[in-house]
Each structure stands twice: as structure tokens, then as C-alpha cells.
Design a protein around this ligand. Structure first.
Ligand SMILES: [Zn+2]
Length: 220
């Protein structure tokens, strides 16, 4: 199949990006006092570059393409909940992983999104440099703007390696963030119904987890 000029340009840009990433990783290894030419590290710059590109692939995803063909008109106005969507992201302060589960609920107003698209939305926003608060609100906002539901709620529970790897007392702490729009914000009963449904069938994670903001850490 013949490729277009645009595709060729895109590939060249990709290759240039990969070269810069490989050079940067090599430089990091040297700055850390390592020998990037020793056997175990020879392919490390290439592996890290590829891994970083994959873990930030969300920047290169288009919302419309992700949700495309998955919007349906329905006569249903009860709460739709998708629980336990795994996410893996990188904290933008330390470029270390934070990961966990995300729960999404919305109350349709004539339109729904195909259920399988919700994890893809989560992935699109988590595969970037992120803070958990922004990840949570971006997911809520995109659902809000795409199908204008009566309400949308997103709760995320995340373990942050930048917290867990520093200081024993933080090893089991998780950050919980939420974004509530529409009825979930204005109506306490709707909000409580959602939060109760999250607790049901769960492992008690919501009640036992330590609530704290990720950026209230050690300040470094
Ligand atoms: Zn961090």
C-alpha cells in the first residue's frame, strides 16, 4: 500500500522524537553515574523511549475517534455505572506510575455512550503525564460535553509510586479523587446512591482508604 506524504512526514517526526528520547535517556544514565555502554544497559534507552511513547499515547488520541460510532439515542434515564476500570498513568511531578481503579456513573438525557468506550476514555486521559485530580475531571468533562447527561460522576482510587516508594507510612495509602457534575453535584440523594453502589460488592476500599491529595506530599 502506497503511503501518503502526510504519513511519511508523521513517521519521520516519530523517528526524530524517538531519537531525542533515546539520547535523553542515555544522558540520564550517564548523569546517574552509570555506563550506558555496559551490556545490561545497551538497549535501555531504546526500551525506555518506546515505553514512554506507549505510556503517553493518550496525547495522540482523538476523542472523536475514540467515541466515534458509539453514541446511541435511548429512552433510558436511570443511572448507568461502570465500576472498576483499571487505569495506569504517570504522575507529572515525578514521572512515576500511579494506578488504580476508576468508577464512572451518569444519568442519560436521551443519549448514551457504548459501555465499552468508557474504559477507552479512561485510557486516553491516563496515558499522559497527569495528576489524579485532573484525570478524574477530564473524564467527567468529556462525558458531560459529549452526551450532555443529567449528571456525571467519576471517582478514582490511585496508588502513587512516588508516595509508596518513599516512607513506609505511605505504602498502603491511596488517593481518592472525585468529580461530580449535574445531578450528582446538586442532589445529595443521587450522589449517595452512586457512592453506596460503589461500596456494594466492593472490597471496602472506599471506606478504608486514606484520603489525601497527591500533591500534599513531601513537597519535592
Ligand atoms: Zn508524584
Amino acid at each position: 500500500m502506497a503511503s501518503t506524504d502526510t504519513e511519511t512526514d508523521a513517521r519521520a517526526a516519530d523517528e526524530e522524537t524517538m531519537d531525542r528520547l533515546r539520547d535523553a535517556v542515555r544522558e540520564q544514565l550517564t548523569a546517574l553515574g552509570e555506563d550506558p555502554d555496559r551490556e545490561g544497559l545497551l538497549k535501555t534507552p531504546d526500551r525506555v523511549a518506546k515505553s514512554l511513547r506507549a505510556l503517553t499515547a493518550g496525547y495522540r488520541k482523538d476523542v472523536e475517534a475514540v467515541i466515534n460510532d458509539a453514541l446511541f439515542t435511548v429512552d433510558y434515564s436511570e443511572m448507568v455505572i461502570v465500576k472498576d476500570i483499571d487505569f495506569y498513568s504517570l504522575c507529572e511531578h515525578h514521572i512515576l506510575p500511579f494506578f488504580g481503579r476508576c468508577h464512572i456513573a451518569y444519568i442519560p438525557q436521551g443519549k448514551v455512550i457504548g459501555l465499552s468506550k468508557l474504559p477507552r476514555i479512561v485510557e486516553m486521559f491516563s496515558r499522559r503525564l497527569q495528576v489524579q485530580e485532573r484525570l478524574t475531571s477530564q473524564i467527567a468533562e468529556i462525558i458531560d460535553s459529549t452526551i450532555s447527561p443529567l449528571g456525571v460522576a467519576v471517582v478514582a482510587e490511585g496508588t502513587h509510586l512516588c508516595m509508596a516508594m518513599r516512607g513506609v507510612e505511605k505504602q498502603n495509602s491511596r488517593a481518592i479523587t472525585s468529580a461530580m457534575h449535574g445531578l450528582f453535584r446538586s442532589d445529595a440523594r443521587t450522589r449517595m446512591e452512586f457512592l453506596n453502589l460503589l461500596r456494594l460488592g466492593g472490597d471496602g476500599a472506599m471506606s478504608s482508604a486514606v484520603l489525601r491529595r497527591h500533591d500534599e506530599g513531601d513537597g519535592d
